[in-house]
Design a protein around this ligand. Structure first.
Ligand code: SAM
Ligand code: DTB
Ligand code: SF4
Length: 333
């Protein structure tokens, strides 16, 4: 039996926790081997984010700068105009991004002129030759179908954290609500982008629960963002102690082993990670990042520092106009 076939055997949450607990360099070595079986390890997919509607969100996600429940430095902004968004997407493409991801601080999508404007944004961004992604909160099947018809490639909807920790972080929705939206996205034939946030005071077991849940989605997500918490003043997690970088590397490596075909994104939190830690994440199977000075409301490493890092590591961005990623066929964890 090959290593990859072994990796596809069904695993329990406890087995995923044991995977996370392996000697770090052994874990990274095995993840790197799986990575090379399924991906070109020199290529990194680059997404650019834009917050198209900022702040004032009715949800109470304890990590988020945009929740109306907390007094944070983020200023509320209404939904952007179509032309401004298209301009930003054009600039992102010129700067080397291959996917443009538009985020709205909504609890859920509501039918009406604002949703129609988002559909127009998807159509226009797609016509620039960029892959399209949106993250708009909860979604009904009919709305997912409209997004697909507009040309949406990916819908980002994270599972936040492990089941046992969920109630500590969010009180205004459940993990099952998140899963229902992922079902609607999948049923519409849109690629699923789903991951979570690490470093919110969760145990390693909770991180195993999150990875297990993602890896048992059938089919598995095509794109898996692994975010490290960016602590934001005014949120309940503002003073949260930072997760040790090795735990992030472990999570990336485990995600790679459990979801061999997925694109694993080293997402929020890179400004606080030194280059060597990021390099170990790329070795362990991360093959995507967010590019540009800003994530949604918080800073990201500058394009020049990312270019320097890529040059040192011999990494290259995937080209614009690359076809949407292949579907994952690995159903077992
Ligand atoms: N409202 C939509 C939703 O929650 O799905 C879309 C926007 S929301 C800001 C997108 C994702 O950003 C969240 O699911 C979360 O994983 C991530 N995120 C938000 N604040 C973060 C923070 N402070 N640190 C790390 N990731 C964060
Ligand atoms: C994801 O997993 N991370 C991105 C994107 N999907 C939407 C968002 C990160 C946000 C970090 C905090 C901020 O900038 O507000
Ligand atoms: Fe709203 Fe999304 Fe922030 Fe939660 S993460 S408060 S749903 S914008």
């Amino acid at each position: 039996m090959t290593k990859t076939v072994e990796a596809r055997k069904a695993r329990s949450v406890e087995e995923v926790e044991a995977l996370l607990a392996r000697p770090l360099l052994e874990l990274v070595f095995d993840a790197a081997r799986v990575h090379r079986e399924h991906h070109d390890p020199t290529r990194v997919q680059c997404s650019q984010l834009l917050s198209i509607k900022t702040g004032g969100c009715p949800e109470d996600c304890g990590y988020c700068s945009q929740s109306a429940h907390f007094d944070t430095p983020v200023k509320r902004e209404p939904l952007m105009q179509l032309a401004e968004v298209v301009d930003a997407a054009r600039t992102a493409k010129a700067n080397g991004a291959d996917r443009f991801c538009m985020g709205a601080a909504w609890r859920e999508v509501k039918d009406g002129p604002e949703f129609e404007r988002v559909l127009a944004m998807v159509r226009e961004v797609k016509s620039l030759g960029l892959e399209t992604c949106v993250t708009l909160g909860m979604l009904e099947p009919k709305q997912a179908a409209k997004l697909r018809d507009a040309g949406l490639d990916y819908y980002n909807h994270n599972l936040d954290t492990g089941k046992s920790h969920y109630g500590e972080i969010v009180h205004t929705r459940t993990l099952d609500d998140r899963l229902a939206t992922l079902d609607a996205v999948r049923a519409a034939g849109i690629h699923v982008c789903s991951g979570g946030i690490l470093g919110m005071g969760e145990s390693r077991f909770a991180r195993a629960e999150l990875l297990h849940q993602l890896a048992t989605l059938a089919p598995q997500p095509e794109s898996v963002p692994i975010n490290a918490l960016v602590p934001v003043e005014g949120t309940p997690l503002a003073e949260q102690q930072r997760l040790d970088w090795t735990e992030l590397v472990r999570a990336v490596a485990a995600a790679r082993i459990l979801m061999p075909r997925a694109v694993v994104r080293l997402s929020a939190g890179r400004t606080e990670m030194h280059e060597a830690a990021q390099a170990l994440c790329f070795l362990a199977g991360a093959n995507s990042i967010f590019v540009g000075d800003e994530l949604l409301t918080t800073p990201n490493p500058t394009p020049s520092s990312d270019a320097a890092l890529f040059a040192k590591l011999g990494l290259e961005p995937v080209e614009n106009r690359r076809p949407a990623s292949e579907h994952c066929r690995d159903h077992a964890v």
